[in-house]
Ligand binder design. Structure first.
Ligand SMILES: [Zn+2]
Length: 350
């Protein structure tokens, strides 16, 4: 590996990168979709209750009630890309529009035609986390948590050199922590509704415990319920899952702002792995649903100018996230991995 080139020194010393699987740009920017708040398309059983939770007259009110942290904190103090209604487009470039290709493109910074399934094939490519973990300043300071049990393959955990905990595997790196012990017990003993993925509550709290106890410089967390409930055609639980992820972001942000190691020195990144279709195609995504290539991405931290919701700007791509993450930490991933997308320069100091 070529020596990392140091970029300008920024304030960011730590990154928290949260992804939620297949959450559509439509809900992120418009809030709950009236076309799906019904029995026929959205499988909604209690329409008045769902409306009370998430229906408001304007798109702006709807998105704020669905994702209050994203809109009141991330978008106000940072930037969010991908509102196609405002001339801001964000998309995947891998052409598959499903999970493993999307996570790999995001984390490696380029698509790879060999990554064409969700099979548990160890990633032949190096993620930006693995690349960072080889630098002295990041050794032992990176950890990844995922709801989906394919993450050890996506990160190539056997080679990566940092902990990757996912699916129903117990997490054993917090010995003596009663909360970690209870989380492991819940993994083992709660119903395995999806055989490849836990409910989000478990990896979230496992990651939060690890953050508090071990102070990683890069914490990655991937959540999956937004995709699972959509595939199941359950619009109520899909919205509830999105709302919960927003609450998890708020909890992570509150936690880091309470810790001197992180306060004022941490950037939060939030994105999905792919989008989904429109109207009755909302349940699915993939090559046959071209609209599912559209995603969104949000950044909040001490180096990112507070330009808020972006509009009328050139498109950004999923393959830019890896180099952006590294650049915020002052590391030049793009020069080392030239096939990776360029950093999103607007989120870096001018
Ligand atoms: Zn996915």
């Amino acid at each position: 590996m070529a020596a990392a080139r140091q970029l300008a020194t920024y304030k960011t010393e730590n990154i928290i990168f949260v992804m939620t699987d297949g959450l559509r740009w439509q809900e992120v920017f418009r809030g709950a979709d009236p076309a799906l708040m019904n029995k026929e398309e959205g499988g909604v059983t209690d329409i008045p209750a769902l409306k009370q939770s998430y229906w408001r007259e304007s798109a702006q009110e709807r998105r704020e009630v669905l994702l209050p942290f994203v809109w009141n904190t991330m978008a106000k103090g940072g930037q969010i890309f991908g509102n196609r209604d405002q001339g801001s487009e964000a998309s995947v470039t891998n052409g598959f529009n499903f999970s493993y290709p999307g996570y790999s493109e995001t984390l490696c910074g380029f698509p790879d035609p060999r990554i064409h399934s969700n099979d548990k094939v160890p990633n032949p490519n190096v993620t930006v986390l693995e690349w960072l973990s080889k630098l002295p300043a990041f050794q032992g300071k990176i950890a990844a948590f995922g709801a989906w049990d394919v993450f050890p393959s996506i990160f190539n955990a056997g080679r990566a050199g940092f902990p990757v905990n996912a699916g129903y595997d117990p997490f054993d790196l917090l010995p003596g922590s009663p909360r970690a012990e209870l989380l492991n017990q819940l993994k083992a003993e709660s119903p395995h509704v999806w055989e490849d993925e836990t409910f989000d509550v478990i990896p979230f709290h496992t990651a939060l415990e690890y953050l508090k106890a071990r102070h990683p410089r890069v914490l990655y967390l991937s959540l999956g319920e937004t995709d699972d409930w959509a595939h199941a055609g359950n619009y109520t639980e899909y919205l509830n899952a999105a709302h919960r992820v927003d609450d998890y972001l708020a909890m992570l942000w509150k936690t880091v702002q309470s810790m001197p190691k992180y306060r004022g020195k941490t950037t939060l990144i939030f994105s999905p792995d792919h989008g989904r279709g429109e109207l009755s195609d909302w349940k699915g995504h993939g090559q046959k649903i071209p609209d599912s290539k559209y995603i969104w991405m949000a950044f909040l931290g001490p180096d990112t100018p507070a330009l808020g919701e972006r509009g009328r700007i050139p498109a950004v791509m999923q393959n830019q996230i890896a180099a952006t993450l590294a650049a915020l930490l002052g590391e030049d991933y793009h020069s080392s991995v030239p096939q990776s997308g360029m950093p999103v320069s607007d989120v870096l100091p001018r």
